[in-house]
Design a protein. Structure first.
Lengths: 328, 804
């Protein structure tokens, strides 16, 4: 039986109007399956004459190819449609936030951060870093630093004592002589750490952090010290600041200076003490004062941070309120 | 140190200078001005001078109340009822009185009050009430020549403003604990002259016949003494002197002490005064002996330690140090009419020693660590005697000199090269010398290499050439000194391994969501025994408060405090850590301290809050262990040798605690806080804590890296095993891993107890991943391995495959 053009059109229309992938599969089976229409027609070929075979065979083949092509096309169209549907159903509200609280993130304490920042500045200048013990021998904390036995600054009101010879260090300078005894000049050292003083107010805390630095070398002078301090403060505050050098007195430096910074309220605030190392201390460490000289400076870390971020109370640092810690 | 600005200004002639400028100059020179207090002179008109006319008392609520009738001029009398028994308020005294409608400090208005059957119509005013400088709680007493009813504002409202400079004077500048010392500094800075002192001496009427004995010349040099008989000590201190002392923050005691304080602060001296009768003709300056007693002002005997500087008569100690802590009998009161004044150059070290130990007993004098100036010693004694004679009358004796020393000038050689060494540049010597002259140095031989100077007599602190240069820099403007970059000699900085490791740990942990905290290194008495009984905490001898009594022996105590603090501030998820030193002793009696660095952390509260994509979940043991393992993996790079052992740790819940070992050395603890402590601290959720000993945490550097191998696919097999309940599951993993070389990795994906499982067993499901570095494995090989593995388990550990 030869298909009419109409029949052909019907088949293709059926395929084109099928919008379900399962239905399409059924149609495919009906025409192209094992017992489908095309196979049946091909089986008829056996009984036909050679001429008929030629005509009918090419016709059937043609039809088969067209049906396959048509089904494939329809299938593709259906797939695209399906994907489009899927995309629409999987729509996501991108505006929703998954962070419900600032608590998700961790933080490093601002004191640690600032010490690291200071450290990286001094590393660039070739300083080395040392850490010292917090319970110190009184010799290193006082006597080696030219603070004799009855000196007023050894007063019990300023120092925490553990027993008659051990105390909680009142300054990181206590490492000075320890390092000078161990190494020979040139020495360039910074010592960050906790120090303890018996003092408590909005500007003073019984424990605070200090960064001590000192150099012992040939030809180091006050002008070098001044340069280092200026560069350091510029590096730390990252903005223009007015600094004032002021004469002062520490038993372990001569001449001694204190450095003030002008704050927002136009008040001078003391932030660090410095000076040329006292010849007695160099002699204590058996360093020849004729050849070598040195300078030292001690930076109050909390003071610097308070100035930079405009904080008013030193106790914020040790209350450890999470929302305070995480803002830096 | 507080100093009156007007008094200071009277010592030099600088009319144009402003108060602020003086302050700035002083700060520059090295006498740091902490603040400039300016007196507020708005005193209310209703505060008047009143004369006490009568005093009586009555009982009210078991308290004795005093009724004072006060005459205010123009026949006006008011009644004041005062609870405090002011012994010094005598009849006829003139005091400051605030009557009705008066405004005092903090805008408090005075109102009529009924106490018992009487009306109180005002109060007595102290300096604090009127916002006057000096801040004394004492009631203001006026001299008798002031008229009753006079407005107080007229008395204090002079044309000049009263100012007080608050100075912070360093230990070396003893000479600036006085008006003259500070004035001298201002003069040398401004290049002007100090007011000239007119030296004089009064004519003595009796001979000083006392015997003096000074133990050694090191104790005291240049001692001068004199007595004055027939002194009227009961009169009141004149108002002008009181005012001057008030602005220097010195309280009035009685006329004699006030005069001595007045001269001391003006001329930088430290006198001692005793009652002449107590001396009994002998004055000894000596060291104390063993077990000597000293009778203080307040009926208390104190034992004096050996070798303390004292002044005594033949039997008793009169005073400690250079005379500022006097005994009860030797001090002056209004019944004593002959006094002794002494002044000497005492050894500074000995005075410091007394100051350190006994300063708390000092009540009379203002500041006695002063060092006297030899040049003014004689003059100040004469000046003080003259004031006493003028105000109280009396018969002065001659002055006796003991241990007089010749004036020897200290000579210091200053080398030119030292200049260059300290300053870093060359300076004209002439500039240097002019400044030194301003500072009243004497200059000797100047030559090309060096010159010699001798410091003024009042500068005891200058002994080295560096001191001289330092003194020069005070006046020379240091802010103009050039900046010279440091010559870098290419020293490569040595990085500190420990510090770097600490930093590394901190950054890893903060990235895991933890916040670093820093706490005080102290703990209080209550909390010290929560954890680690074998770490005996170290006690601080002089703590600042009870919370700071012990040094911390673990970081956990303070972390718990932080958790409570944050919990009370509505933080829901708390993850914190701290790195710091802990201090402890192995036992109570050992003298050795251990200082070790610890790394501790704590978690508390909600792991996840309820959101649109997650459920609410609280922290458990594994949330902390997960983070810790992550950290150790990053830090150590190899965690195969880590062992977690379940063990009992004090303060932790025994079922949820572990010790951590790395190659057989203990590196830390981990666990859940004991329920008892949790309840004690009133915490709703469990707290998980950990602690690592940083000194034991050694990074293994000799790790061998495997060379790159060709890729072969992995094959996975899941099996479920029935294991006895107490069996440690991690052990199973280790057994499995060690069973065959082809087993690449093993992990547990499920542990189940309940239905279908025998009661004393649990089901453990493990995933085994096979991989060979030589070839692609086949199913047959893997089946064989698993078969053998199961046989081995059954034989050695009695572990069977779970049947469904």
């Amino acid at each position: 039986m030869i298909l009419t053009l109409n029949d052909k059109k019907k088949i293709f229309n059926r395929i084109k109007n099928c919008w379900d992938i399962n239905d399409l599969d059924l149609i495919r089976l009906k025409y192209l399956g094992k017992n489908g229409y095309i196979v049946k027609e091909i089986k008829k070929l056996k009984k036909m004459s050679l001429k008929e075979k030629k005509n009918f065979g090419s016709f059937i083949n043609d039809l088969k190819k067209k049906i396959i092509f048509c089904i494939k096309k329809q299938k593709q169209a259906l797939n695209i449609l399906k994907l489009k549907k899927k995309i629409h159903t999987n729509y996501v509200d991108v505006s929703l936030s998954t962070i419900y609280h600032h608590n998700d993130k961790g933080s490093i304490h601002i004191i640690t951060k600032s010490i690291n920042k200071m450290k990286s500045f001094f590393y660039r200048l070739g300083f080395s870093l040392f850490i010292g013990p917090e319970i110190e021998d009184q010799y290193y904390n006082f006597e080696s630093l030219n603070i004799p036995f009855n000196h007023p600054s050894r007063n019990k009101n300023d120092t925490f004592w553990i027993n008659s010879s051990k105390l909680l260090r009142t300054q990181t300078s206590s490492m000075q002589v320890r390092i000078m005894e161990k190494y020979s000049p040139p020495i360039k050292v910074i010592i960050p750490g906790k120090v303890y003083r018996k003092d408590s107010s909005s500007r003073h805390s019984p424990m605070f952090h200090q960064l001590e630095g000192f150099i012992v070398d040939k030809n180091v002078s006050f002008s070098n010290l001044k340069w280092i301090i200026y560069e350091f403060l510029k590096d730390f505050f990252k903005k223009k600041i007015s600094i004032r050098f002021r004469n002062s007195y520490f038993p372990f430096t001569v001449p001694s200076f204190e450095i003030d910074i002008l704050d927002k309220n136009l008040k001078w605030l003391e932030i660090l003490g410095c000076g040329m190392i006292h010849p007695k201390i160099l002699k204590n460490a058996k360093i020849d004062t004729e050849i070598y000289s040195g300078f030292a400076f001690g930076i109050g870390v909390e003071r610097m941070i308070m100035l930079k971020y405009n904080l008013t109370n030193i106790k914020f640092f040790f209350k450890n309120h999470l929302s305070f810690l995480k803002q830096f | 140190m507080k100093v009156s600005m007007l008094w200071l200004k009277s010592w030099f002639c600088l009319k144009t200078i402003k108060n602020d400028q003086i302050c700035n100059q002083l700060t520059k020179i090295g006498l740091e001005v902490e603040s400039l207090l300016v007196e507020d002179k708005k005193i209310c008109d209703y505060i008047l001078v009143g004369k006490i006319v009568s005093i009586s008392s009555f009982l009210f609520n078991d308290n004795v109340m005093n009724i004072f009738k006060i005459f205010l001029g123009h026949n006006k009398i008011v009644t004041i009822i005062d609870k405090n028994k002011n012994n010094f308020l005598n009849l006829g005294l003139k005091v400051a009185v605030a009557i009705e409608k008066a405004l005092i400090k903090n805008n408090i208005k005075i109102k009529k009050k009924k106490i018992g059957n009487f009306f109180s119509e005002g109060i007595f005013c102290s300096y604090i009430h009127l916002n006057l400088l000096g801040n004394f709680k004492k009631i203001i007493i006026f001299p008798k020549y002031f008229k009753s009813g006079l407005k107080v504002t007229k008395i204090f409202n002079s044309s000049k403003k009263n100012c007080t400079i608050v100075l912070n004077i360093t230990h070396n500048r003893n000479d600036c604990l006085s008006i003259i010392g500070i004035a001298r500094e201002i003069c040398s800075f401004n290049n002007i002259f100090l007011k000239k002192i007119n030296f004089f001496s009064i004519i003595p009427k009796i001979k000083n016949n006392l015997n003096y004995f000074i133990e050694s010349s090191k104790l005291c040099k240049n001692y001068l003494g004199r007595f004055i008989k027939n002194v009227n000590t009961s009169i009141n201190t004149p108002f002008w002197m009181l005012e001057k002392l008030r602005l220097c923050n010195i309280q009035s005691i009685n006329i004699i002490y006030d005069i001595i304080n007045y001269v001391s602060i003006e001329l930088n001296q430290s006198f001692h005064i005793f009652s002449l009768n107590e001396i009994k003709k002998n004055i000894l300056i000596r060291f104390s002996k063993i077990n000597e007693k000293f009778c203080l002002n307040d009926k208390k005997d104190i034992l004096i330690k050996k070798k303390i500087l004292v002044i005594s008569n033949k039997k008793k100690i009169l005073s400690l140090g250079n005379g500022f802590i006097t005994s009860k009998k030797s001090s002056i009161n209004k019944f004593i009419n002959s006094i002794y004044i002494g002044i000497g150059e005492f050894n500074k070290k000995e005075i410091d020693k007394v100051n350190l130990k006994y300063y708390k007993y000092n009540k009379g004098f203002d500041n006695n660590s002063r060092f006297i100036d030899k040049n003014l010693q004689n003059y100040s004694l004469e000046y003080a005697s003259k004031l006493i004679l003028d105000l109280c009358g009396g018969i002065p004796s001659t002055i006796k000199y003991v241990n007089k020393e010749k004036n020897i000038f200290k000579k210091i050689t200053v080398f030119h090269k030292c200049f260059y060494k300290i300053l870093g540049f060359n300076l004209k010597i002439s500039i240097f010398l002019t400044i030194l002259k301003k500072l009243s140095y004497k200059i000797f031989c100047i030559n090309k290499k060096f010159f010699k100077v001798s410091p003024p007599t009042f500068r005891y602190d200058i002994s080295l050439q560096e001191d001289v240069i330092s003194d020069f820099l005070r006046i020379y403007d240091i802010n103009t000194i050039k900046l010279i970059p440091l010559k870098n000699k290419l020293i490569i900085s040595k990085k500190n391994k420990k510090f770097n490791n600490l930093n590394k740990l901190k950054y890893i942990f903060s990235n895991l969501g933890y916040s670093e905290v820093i706490n005080y290194s102290f703990i209080n008495n209550k909390w010290k025994n929560f954890f680690f009984p074998n770490r005996k905490p170290i006690r601080v001898i002089n703590p600042i408060s009870k919370d700071f009594l012990f040094m911390r022996n673990s970081l956990w105590n303070n972390l718990l405090k932080n958790i409570i603090y944050n919990k009370n501030r509505q933080e829901k998820t708390i993850k914190i850590f701290e790195i710091g030193d802990c201090f402890f002793k192995k036992n109570c009696f050992s003298p050795n301290f251990h200082q070790k660095t610890f790394f501790s952390g704590a978690i508390f509260g909600l792991l996840k809050q309820k959101t649109f994509f997650s459920k609410k979940k609280i922290f458990n043991f594994y949330s902390l262990k997960k983070d810790l393992e992550k950290l150790l993996k990053i830090f150590l790079e190899d965690i195969t040798c880590l062992i977690w052992k379940n063990s009992v740790i004090q303060g932790l819940c025994c079922s949820n605690s572990a010790k951590i070992y790395l190659n057989k050395t203990k590196i830390g603890h981990l666990g859940m806080l004991d329920f008892k402590i949790q309840n004690f601290l009133n915490l709703k959720f469990p707290v998980f804590l950990f602690e690592l000993f940083l000194d034991n945490l050694v990074v293994n550097k000799n790790k061998l890296y495997r060379s790159h191998s060709p890729f072969f696919p992995t094959i996975e097999r899941d099996i479920s095993l029935l294991v006895s309940k107490n069996f440690l599951v991690n052990k199973l993993c280790i057994i499995c891993k060690n069973f065959s070389k082809k087993i690449y990795n093993v992990y547990i994906f499920d542990i189940y107890q309940g239905k279908k499982i025998p009661k004393n067993k649990k089901s453990v499901s493990i995933k085994i991943i096979f991989k060979s570095f030589k070839k692609t494995l086949k199913d047959l090989e893997i089946d064989l391995i698993i078969k053998n593995f199961l046989k081995f388990l059954n034989k050695d550990y009695a572990i069977k495959l779970r049947k469904q």
